[in-house]
Design a protein around this ligand. Sequence first.
Ligand code: AMP
Ligand code: MG
Length: 325
Amino acid sequence: MMTITAKINKWNPDKAIISRAAEILRSGGLVAFPTETVYGLGADALNSEAVRKIYEAKGRPSDNPLILHVYNMAQAESLVFMNDIARKLAKIFWPGPLTFVLPAREIIPLRTRGGLETAAVRMPDNPVALALIEAANIPIAAPSANLSGRPSPTDSQSVYQDMNGRIDFILDGGNTEVGIESTVIDLSNPEKILMLRPGGMSREIIEEAVNMKLQVPDNTSKKRSPGTRYKHYSPSIPVKILRRDKDINIPANSGFMGLSNLENENFAERIIFDDIANYAHGLFSGFRKFEHENLACIFVEWPEENSGISEGLRDRILRAAGDFV
Ligand code: AMP
Ligand code: MG
């Protein structure tokens, strides 16, 4: 299959390009598109055969359900049983990097929801993504547009690198802003909201809005996000976590990413970020850059501070290093 990339202006998406991409989606094809978090690999969420192609293109385990992307509230209501708390949170945070897990309506094929009775929905905060979903006039199932297990793509070149020959079309809308995926919360029991995956929307801001603490699902709970069981987000070279109080041996030809300016250390390459948000924004593209430069190993500094996106960033770092339970 030939993969075509089309550049598109994020703030003023060309209608002809959008309708071409929408037509591919409507006829069961795969289109990668930018969101505010990472690039998504989209297919018609209601077409089981189209959704099968997503799993095949990514090499994604079939029990890892997909997020359905919508462009308005009516579309969300048609897919899942929204409750008052979901509507309230949608009003505050949508479009934005916050995904709700809710009881699914029958219309969603089992394959899209990984065989579960619930489904995940989100309204992405990107004009290209919204225009595409509206033009296609169907909900778009979209995981990140990378091969399963690899770092998520934050630009169209990274999508191309993983997906060339596997998908029909790439909408190149430039770099994504957030850099890591959405926060996933389970709202199916409004009295006990579960944090399934930390991400672009911080826990504190959600807790403030719902006026209660988000609970962590226990390991055995079926409600745990299936996707969080796998090693994930890893480049082809080893990722090692650098903690401030630990002495380490730095092998030759290693790269460094983090917030501190470790000038005296013996790194071949370093990417130093101004703050946590920039760190999250640049983590995955940094992995791919160092991988491309054939470094031996990547050291990532453990972000100690507790603010904003740091919980999501720490989660991605742990999974990339394969260092999780
Ligand atoms: P990705 O599309 O790769 O960003 O992953 C989507 C995330 O949402 C994964 O961690 C999934 O396990 C999670 N997810 C999607 N649908 C559900 C659901 N019905 N219940 C629990 N987690 C879900
Ligand atoms: Mg993913």
